[in-house]
Design a protein around this ligand. Structure first.
Ligand code: AMP
Ligand code: MN
Ligand code: MN
Length: 324
């Protein structure tokens, strides 16, 4: 941590990036870290490859997140947040010059240990919790804007203090953030109380799609391009839906297969790109399962990408069921 902070403090220009299809933790960690560096006089550029989900557009500073990679790419530090591997930032991973000093701040158990400086703690509730620790170590005064980002990151990554990563520090930090001016009701209203009608209709289709494996231990939810088109929704609107499939009695692993929203086949044989999300009831390590398909994540929440046909993918998911 000392070397990491020394490098941050010695860097006048900092590029900060987080994973594609960002969640509240990715954005909270990005915004809090960037603002802390900005208020202490550094030139920063925040980057994310994907559009910002509507429910997070209230976060202070969110409009400053760029989707274009700066050219020339010349920064003294590159901070990568909430990414288990560098490729999770998207195409920009290939554009980061070899000489750039990369700082890896993360809490995924599958973190590959990339970068020159690392603060990876799988016991942390969230990457935002780790950013909080760094801010404290740097003696940064946490203002209301930073506090809102930190609070939102912890709130969303713990599933509102319900998931297994909920720890005492999550409560302590959030209580402190409320003391810094965060309004919990306002945050909850933005994150959970402003869904589009299309999102609710999509939820209806998602619930209707649930299938259970013959042994009852795996549930499968499927979201196709046609469902997104019919409800005028995006992949960001799927956030959290898999938890309904996980709540079913006797289910140990819930899987969600999501067709990429553009619906284009990626190959001449009609194969399409899918994202698969996995959630466990705590008895199965889904990070290990996801890693065997080239993805990663946490013990209870993981994911991977795959090309194929829907029927092939379903068959593959059911082979997981037979191992449970
Ligand atoms: P998701 O199912 O997309 O909500 O992701 C659950 C967890 O798995 C998150 O912590 C993600 O960062 C991680 N994850 C999802 N997809 C991938 C992937 N393709 N590679 C590595 N980690 C992933
Ligand atoms: Mn994340
Ligand atoms: Mn996270």
């Amino acid at each position: 941590m000392k070397n990491l902070i020394a490098h941050l403090e010695n860097s006048a220009t900092v590029f900060l990036a987080t994973h594609v299809n960002p969640d509240g933790d990715a954005l909270g960690a990005l915004l809090a870290m960037a603002r802390a560096l900005q208020t202490s006089g550094r030139d920063i550029v925040m980057y994310n490859e994907s559009p910002i989900p509507a429910v997070y557009r209230f976060l202070p500073g969110i409009d400053q997140i760029a989707r274009e990679v700066p050219s020339p790419f010349d920064f003294e530090a590159v901070v990568v947040l909430d990414c288990g591997d560098l490729e999770r930032v998207g195409a920009v991973a290939d554009l980061i010059p070899g000489r750039a000093k990369i700082i890896n701040i993360d809490h995924h158990v599958t973190n590959t240990g990339f970068g020159h400086y690392r603060l990876v703690d799988p016991t942390a509730s969230s990457s935002t919790e780790i950013v909080y620790r760094i801010l404290k170590a740097m003696d940064i005064t946490i203002d209301r804007a930073m506090a809102t980002s930190i609070y939102t990151g912890i709130l969303t990554d713990t599933g509102s203090f319900r998931f297994a990563n909920t720890n005492s520090r999550a409560f302590e930090i959030c209580a402190e953030m409320v003391g810094c001016g965060v309004n919990p009701y306002m945050v909850a209203q933005h994150v959970y109380g402003t869904y589009s009608l299309g999102r609710i209709k999509l939820l209806n289709m998602a619930l209707d799609s649930i299938e259970i494996s013959p042994n009852g231990k795996l549930s499968l939810m499927t979201l196709t391009h046609a469902m997104f088109a019919e409800t005028d929704t995006q992949p960001e609107d799927v956030d959290g839906m898999i938890n309904y499939a996980k709540r079913i009695e006797d289910v140990r692993v819930a899987a969600l297969i999501m067709e990429n929203a553009n619906g284009h086949a990626t190959a001449a044989n009609g194969h399409k790109r899918y994202h698969v999300s996995l959630r466990s009831d705590g008895s199965v390590d889904v990070a290990r399962i996801a890693a065997s398909f080239g993805g990663g994540g946490h013990f209870n929440a993981a994911g991977f990408g795959l090309d194929g046909s829907l029927s092939e993918l379903k068959g593959l998911i059911y082979t997981i069921a037979s191992t449970l």
